[in-house]
Design a protein around this ligand. Sequence first.
Ligand SMILES: *Cc1c(COP(=O)(O)O)cnc(C)c1O
Length: 442
Amino acid sequence: MPELPQRFDTLKVRAGHRPSEHHYAVQVPIYQTASYELGDPARAERLLCFDEVGFTYSRVGNPTVAALEERVAALDGASGAVALASGMAAVSYALLNVTDGGGRILSTRNLYGGTTDAFKKIFPRFGVEVDYAAEVDDPASFERALRPDTRAIFVESITNPNAVVADLAGLADVAHAHGIPLIVDNTFATPYLLRPIEHGADVVVYSATKGLSGNGSTIAGLVLESGLFDWGDGSFPQFTDPIHTLRDRFGAERGILDITGEFPFTLRLRLTYLAYLGAALGPQDAYLVLLGLETLSERVAKQVATAERVVAHLQAHPDVAWVFHPSAAGSRSADLAARYLPRGAGPVLSFGLHGDPARAEALIAATGLFSYQANVGDARSLIINSARTTHGELDAAEQAAAGIRPETIRLSIGLEDPDDLIDDLDQAIAAAVSALPGTTAG
Ligand SMILES: *Cc1c(COP(=O)(O)O)cnc(C)c1O
């Protein structure tokens, strides 16, 4: 049979699983095992020297988890991937992998709350400082904020909560002109909407807890790489320094790049951070993410269509002061969304009501359908008051810098009937306005 190249929707249900290697099982089997037989000492030697590819211990590799890694790598056009026990493990391990030995990360204030906290509380203790450029859609602001020891640029492709679209190609140009990688958290977009590697990203991270799995059942994360970044130019010695554990069968020590030029970033992450800090994804959880991926396109397409309807409805509502989503009329991200997100700009939007900011809490209390929780990308529609919760760790000045206003309400649109969602928002807005009257629409 000829092997034809496969497109996105084929890959999302088939990549990474070859039934003939698994007793012809149609679905990816759950390999619930901690360890693997080494066979005989000669095979053990080949495995340890990377002369043979195989599994030894599920902390660093498991066949079910490997199917997930291969499938998401195929969807993103990546040369390698490693799945982890959470999105935070993916963010932290990726950034430590590029900065270990010290150095700085250049990012923005528009980040997932847990990432912001990690940057403030944990990274400095590992000798890693973070600088903040002004805007993800202004690469020149990154150019100005670079320092001699900046090791990577890190952004979210669609920011939280205001859904500003990053200028990935512009940021990649800035990073590459300075010999550093662009690392992109693509959680909100998922590879269905955006494949950052096609726009110059070198490393992509996901919280698979969100849209990738899409069912709100599992905490999981992934790190992927393009295979195109040059880690061997001397500025990243962690990829070239010879290491005893990487010795060949004659005992000669090797560096990561001597083992693979195809996926050195994820191999090093696997052999160091995953092996020693240990946030391994279990096979059951990998299986749940694989199940979710089977409907990625169908889910996200519907969520985007509903989100666009909700945005238009809110923009026309007299009690709504503002709506942030790239599809909103007048959005600052309209041009970048047209370039990077032709299939739509994702299920997350934010808005604010006129009048007392406490109307946000009154609206949330009044909604009957939206679930009040910090997750995004779920099959159910979700609502949150960002300033008090997800970004509550930020002080007022930091919130202002991140574009989070006190009245901000973030929605993540799910798979319900769009008319039910709009009806629920209308009655909740009316309830909030009558609970806290006194301000006329402006
Ligand atoms: C949720 C999230 C994370 C963290 O992922 P967990 O799976 O919750 O650890 C990181 N980045 C973004 C953009 C997220 O939304």
